[in-house]
Design a protein around this ligand. Structure first.
Ligand code: MG
Length: 371
């Protein structure tokens, strides 16, 4: 099916191939991919314009690191900055000029402009660096989790996901924090807000968890580095250890510091060398890696890859991880299986949409929606 959000969007890269609707999505015709309207009032629109203007500066710094600091790169980077700024400024006059404005539409335009100017993966260098740093910590993180039991173990897994999710080079506050002290997983985990969290369905999820394993879990992962390596991989490992079949799905194309499917395959090879359980599960097919079809930090569940659609069959747990996939889009999405949405909120505009503050965390647990 064609993507409504791709109409009139310059430079959209079609290399992700044909896309389809997530079969688990209840009532796709009434699906609203985002509850955040950046143009709800002039003050809000100014906030988001300023945020995306700051973000492109950071993206281009990483692009220069990845592609090398030559005259051609500098020229292309300056062209991107000017074009992105002009696009953002044009939203003041007519926010709906490309259709209903949401954050995913802005991402489409920004990444389209980057790709047209030859920047296909600006964060490649920092992603590789962060993956290597996180891998070195993985055995310690796994050993500490394995020493815990029951609900404490589940809470530690969830807190690991929150802490890993702080490494997000798409948002200004996280970029500044990262600059100051690196993505320190252990410090972040220790400093997480106490429960109850901003959205806190942990007790209901823990009760279901205690009832027995899920048959099959699909995990939509977010960022490279500590996020996937120290947060989501241990969560996947725990599901496998309990007997679930696990599908890890990452973006097909690069965007920001999100991990791609190709990087995930490479990373799992290195993780398997460190962990016999994950090695065995990957070897016998209980752990699958599939590309999501997505090319953005947010995801429209009506536009996923046929591989992810096929892998979602017989799934009874769907996990959306990260602020972009679980809050900026899909916070109110209803699925026909149990769904967990896990995120650390690193942006005050997104936090405000839920009545919270920056660095609040979200665990939303919706049981299978039969309607
Ligand atoms: Mg991300």
């Amino acid at each position: 099916m064609t993507s409504d959000c791709q109409h009139n969007v310059p430079g959209i890269d079609k290399r992700h191939g044909p896309l389809t609707v997530l079969p688990l999505l209840r009532d796709p015709d009434r699906y609203v991919r985002s509850h955040i309207d950046p143009a709800s009032d002039p003050e809000s629109l100014e906030y988001w314009i300023g945020l995306f203007k700051g973000q492109i500066v950071s993206i281009l710094e990483h692009a220069v690191e990845t592609d090398g600091d030559g005259a051609d790169v500098r020229r292309r980077a300056e062209a991107v900055r000017a074009e992105v700024e002009a696009f953002l400024d044009s939203l003041r006059d007519d926010p709906q000029q490309y259709g209903p404005l949401d954050l995913l539409l802005i991402d489409h335009h920004r990444d389209g402009i980057l790709r047209r100017h030859g920047f296909h993966d600006p964060h490649r260098a920092v992603k590789a660096r962060e993956n290597a740093a996180a891998l070195a910590l993985l055995p310690e993180v796994i050993a500490a989790l394995d020493a815990l039991e029951g609900e404490r173990r589940l809470e530690a897994l969830v807190r690991g996901v929150f802490a890993g999710n702080v490494f997000d080079l798409g948002v200004t506050e996280s970029i500044e924090r990262f600059r100051d002290r690196g993505a320190d997983f252990f410090i972040t985990r220790d400093e997480l807000p106490p429960r109850p969290w901003l959205v806190d369905d942990f007790n209901r999820f823990a009760a279901r968890w205690a009832d027995g394993p899920y048959r099959k879990a699909v995990l939509l992962v977010d960022n490279a580095g500590a996020d996937v390596v120290l947060g989501m991989v241990p969560f996947a490992r725990e599901l496998l250890q309990r007997g679930s079949h696990v599908v890890i799905s990452a973006n097909t194309l690069p965007t920001l510091n999100d991990i791609t499917h190709a990087e995930m395959v490479d990373l799992m090879g290195r993780i398997a060398a460190l962990d016999p359980l994950l090695d065995a599960a990957w070897g016998d097919g209980r752990l699958e890696l599939v590309p999501s079809g997505n090319a953005y930090p947010l995801i429209d569940l009506r536009h996923i890859s046929p591989e992810l659609a096929a892998a979602s069959k017989a799934t009874d747990l769907f996990v959306l991880e990260g602020m972009g996939r679980a809050v900026e889009t899909n916070f109110h999405a209803r699925l026909s299986c149990d769904c967990v949405k896990l995120a650390m909120i690193k942006d005050r505009g997104v936090a405000a949409s839920l009545g919270g503050q920056t660095y609040d965390v979200v665990l939303r647990y919706d049981v299978a929606d039969a309607q």
